[in-house]
Structure formats: structure tokens, C-alpha cells
Design a protein. Structure first.
Length: 235
């Protein structure tokens, strides 16, 4: 563990953040933009844990506050996602290789689908060493759980239709879909902060998603919290 590291941990769900907060020594709490930032120790690691709320704007604001107010050296985003990959079942873990905005469309000006104009990139690449470490930690902590490294696609929609799911696979070759990762990755990219997105699969992002999600959300969040706690000790 590098003693100079300060790790920002962003969760979209209260139940997951609660689980991590319960295991940390909170030294300081600050509220900004209607979000509560808990600073302290998780095991041996210096962390700031925050629930950003749902959606890309909330997530981007949250990440920028972590950069400006706390000077975080790494960002981890954890939560649940819908599977876009037939090999990823409910309960499995997806670790980001890269992340794309699936709801950005400026093709009329010659940009590829998913690319924000003037940014110069469509894919935000996760930090390689963080990805490797997250996968190793997952194998240790949750051995009966499959962890895959792949592509996260994000947009301000809950994906619950086979038609939309198929389009995301065709257009982006995404492995999972959620609502925060790309804006967290985008903000980290602009601030030159290494990041990784870790998502537990809660539904299949198709017509069964409405039914599956509430059932598996709690279990998925628990898995993510266990993995995150061990992961930060090694960063």
C-alpha cells in the first residue's frame, strides 16, 4: 500500500455505501452538492466514500469534488449493472477494460457514435494495474464468482428491452450497461486520475430486468463491497 494514496470510492447505491462505511473509521464528513463524503480509513487504506446518486451528471459532479476537495489519487466506482454479454450471469463481476457513453450521438458532424465532440477519444481506458489487481482480488475474495474484464457502456437509461440491449452490443460491443461509469471515467480522464469500474451483474438488461433487479441488487452490492474493501488494501 502506497501511503501517499487516497482512494475515492463512489457507489450509486446507499446499501453498498452503508456496508463499506460500517467497516471504516470515519474521520471527517463533508456535504457538497447534496452528497455526503466520508473521509477516513478502510482497513489500512486512506479513503473517501460517497454515494453519488443515479445518473451521469451526479456521477461527474461527485468525481470532480473528489478531485478538487480531496485530491484523490485513484477512483473506484462500484455498483450493479445489466449484462450485455451472454457469458456474464447474474452475480458475476465485470471489471472495466474501458468505458463509453452509449447515449452520445454527434454522428451528423462526423464523430463516431459514443464520442463526445472535441475530446479526442471515445473510449476511456481504465488503469491497467488497477484492473489486474481487481481481478486477482475478486478471485481471492469471491472464488465462486466469475470475474470478467470487459467494456462498460453508460447512459441515462435503465436498459430493460431486448431491442435496446441488442443495439448496445452491435454498436459498442459492450459487456455491461449502467448509468454512471462513463462520466466518472470521463472526469478521471480530464483530471488524469487512474480509475476502475467494478460492477456486479444484477440483471440481463432485457425484458426480465424489471423482475430480476430488485431480487439481486442486495446480493450484488454485498459482493462489490467485499471486493472493494480488500482491493483498496492492495492499491
Amino acid at each position: 500500500m502506497n501511503t501517499m494514496s487516497k482512494i475515492g470510492i463512489i457507489g450509486a447505491m446507499e446499501l453498498e455505501v452503508e456496508s463499506l462505511k460500517a467497516q471504516m473509521t470515519v474521520e471527517n464528513t463533508t456535504t457538497r452538492a447534496n452528497m455526503d463524503f466520508f473521509e477516513g480509513k478502510l482497513g489500512e487504506a486512506d479513503v473517501v466514500i460517497v454515494r453519488c446518486g443515479i445518473g451521469k451528471v451526479n456521477a461527474a459532479i461527485c468525481t470532480q469534488i473528489l478531485a478538487d476537495l480531496y485530491g484523490v489519487t485513484h477512483v473506484i466506482n462500484t455498483g450493479v449493472a445489466g449484462s450485455l454479454n451472454a457469458k456474464l450471469d447474474i452475480g458475476d463481476i465485470l471489471i472495466s477494460k474501458d468505458v463509453i457513453h452509449h447515449d452520445v450521438d454527434v454522428r451528423v458532424f462526423g464523430y463516431p457514435l459514443g464520442e463526445v465532440p472535441q475530446l479526442g477519444t471515445r473510449e476511456f481506458t481504465a488503469d491497467e494495474s488497477m484492473v489486474t489487481l481487481a481481478k486477482e482480488t475478486c478471485t481471492e475474495v469471491i472464488p465462486d464468482c466469475q470475474a470478467i474484464v470487459g467494456r462498460v457502456v453508460s447512459g441515462d437509461q435503465f436498459i430493460s428491452s431486448k431491442e435496446v440491449k441488442d443495439a448496445l452490443i452491435a454498436n459498442f460491443q459492450g459487456d455491461c450497461a449502467e448509468m454512471e461509469g462513463a462520466s466518472i471515467a470521463h472526469t478521471c480522464y480530464l483530471n488524469k486520475i487512474p480509475f476502475v469500474i467494478i460492477r456486479a451483474i444484477s440483471d440481463k438488461a432485457d425484458d426480465s430486468a424489471e423482475m430480476d433487479y430488485p431480487t439481486f441488487e442486495r446480493e450484488a452490492a454485498k459482493h462489490c463491497a467485499m471486493l472493494t474493501k480488500e482491493f483498496v488494501q492492495k492499491l
